[in-house]
Design a protein around this ligand. Structure first.
Ligand code: GLU
Ligand code: MG
Length: 445
């Protein structure tokens, strides 16, 4: 869409305001709001803003940053009221010298994607963000009380969850997201909405769109939507499994090989080998919160050990079953990402790890097809060469600090700010005295 078409569309849609959006390194969506009459100029020259107060952006003395609008990301926000209708446009961030700012997460992903487009390839991702809907508490804070009593894929026409989920899917489709399915997940109050795979940049934009749309529509129904990885102890957490593939410029799936026993190409195997090799450091990007590591524990369908397999859901990378004739759907499902991640940085890291595998012709270990990895003891895991994901954010950050490939992929500014912010988050947590400690030690100590 060019600027003229966009202005025409905006007028037709009767939009009054446009939110110009970007994220900080943590994945928090930031917005500069603009009334319609200024948009034409903004599309031409960009919009100056003060970046100094945004996590990871400029230092005070060089705080001027410029937003460059990406017109292809225009979408009307369906929950905004008719009389002050809003749309959003995602933006890229530039420095005053007209260079892409290397602390901009969307720019980081774009830089990584360039490395595959140069080869004539597209990196596709189909993310599956899971989330909980909790009962609202009339402004008295949020208590994680699941709002429904449904189970996995349950259907009941009276279920409020079905009503809310239908509204969510309608809203997302009106914003141009190709929703494939929405269903109840395993845990009480837990849901998943899957959308069609897209190139990594669009997939990351879609994840942000899905998250804030789900939150806005849930709030209209008196519910709180949460993408926290493990909000309730003892039941499944929320993941964001990512189905990945590489296509060539003719639209052929480079992961497919008719002659291979698993129908998986050598290129796909190297891709997988790279991600397995970097998994412990990649954890810091795809599972980036203190709480992420409460999800990555045995027994809740989330991965814990570093192995790959066909079908097997306990593996870190799962190859879904191949259906005759569906060469395009050959893919590798990475199961440890969760929706608390910044999708731009997570996808940039996933791609960097995979390309390292491809460029160095790595081969993965044997797939663990009929093994439940949760049931292996340490000795057996060692024998099979199966490593373990980090057990905490601190462990993951220490791994990231040692991983030259991922550091280079993030770029200096994004890497430094990310790591600084995440160590602060870890320290903040470490200093707290938790309910668990009081229950465990107060009386017996
Ligand atoms: N909720 C599980 C997780 O934390 C995944 C369930 C599923 O396989 O969809 O990864
Ligand atoms: Mg799921």
């Amino acid at each position: 869409m060019d600027a003229k078409d966009l202005i025409k569309q905006i007028k037709e849609d009767k939009v009054h305001f446009v939110s110009l959006q970007f994220t900080d390194v943590l994945g928090v969506v930031k917005s500069v709001d603009m009334p319609l009459h200024n948009l034409e100029g903004a599309l031409e020259d960009g919009v100056w803003f003060d970046g100094s107060s945004v996590e990871g952006f400029a230092r005070i003395q060089e705080s001027d940053m410029r937003l460059i609008l990406d017109p292809d990301t225009y979408a009307v926000l369906p929950w905004s009221p008719e009389e002050s209708k809003r749309a959003r446009i995602f933006c890229d961030i530039y420095t005053p010298d007209g260079e892409p700012f290397d602390g901009d997460p969307r720019g980081t992903l774009k830089r990584m994607i360039k490395r595959v487009t140069e080869r004539g390839w597209t990196f596709n991702i189909g993310p599956e963000p899971e989330f909980f809907l909790f009962k609202g508490t009339n402004g008295h804070g949020v208590h994680p009380v699941p709002h429904d009593v449904g189970g996995y894929f349950d259907f009941s026409s009276f279920d409020e969850a079905v009503t809310v989920r239908t509204k969510l899917m309608e809203a997302l489709m009106s914003m141009g997201i190709e929703v494939e399915v929405g269903h109840h997940e395993v845990a009480l109050g837990q849901h998943e909405i899957d959308f069609r795979f897209a190139n990594a940049l669009k997939a990351a934009d879609n994840v942000l769109t899905l998250k804030y749309t789900v939150k806005a529509i849930a709030a209209q129904h008196g519910l709180t939507a949460s993408f926290m990885p493990k909000p309730v102890f003892g039941i499944n957490g929320s993941g964001m499994h990512c189905h990945q593939s590489l296509f060539d410029d003719k639209g052929n799936n480079l992961f497919f090989d008719a002659k291979d026993e698993m129908k998986l190409s050598a290129l796909a195997r190297s891709f997988i080998a790279g991600q397995l090799k970097h998994a412990r450091a990649l954890a810091a990007l795809v599972a980036p919160t203190v709480n992420s590591y409460k999800r990555l524990v045995p027994g809740y369908e989330a991965p814990v050990y570093i192995g790959w397999a066909q079908i097997n859901r306990s593996a870190l990378i799962r190859i879904p079953r191949y259906t005759e004739g569906r060469d395009k759907s050959m893919r590798a499902e990475l199961r440890f990402p969760d929706p608390s991640s910044n999708p731009y940085l997570a996808f940039a890291g996933m791609l960097a790890a995979a390309l390292d595998g491809i460029d160095n012709n790595m081969t993965p270990p044997k797939p663990l097809n009929n093994v439940n990895l949760y049931h292996l003891d340490q000795k057996e895991r060692k024998r099979l060469g199966v490593g373990e994901l980090p057990g905490s954010l601190a462990e993951a950050l220490s791994e990231l600090e040692k991983d030259a490939v991922l550091k280079e992929a993030l770029g200096q500014a994004a890497y430094e700010t990310f790591v600084r912010a995440k160590w602060e988050e870890w320290d903040d947590f470490r200093l707290r005295v938790t309910d668990y400690e009081i229950e465990r030690y107060l009386e017996v100590a």
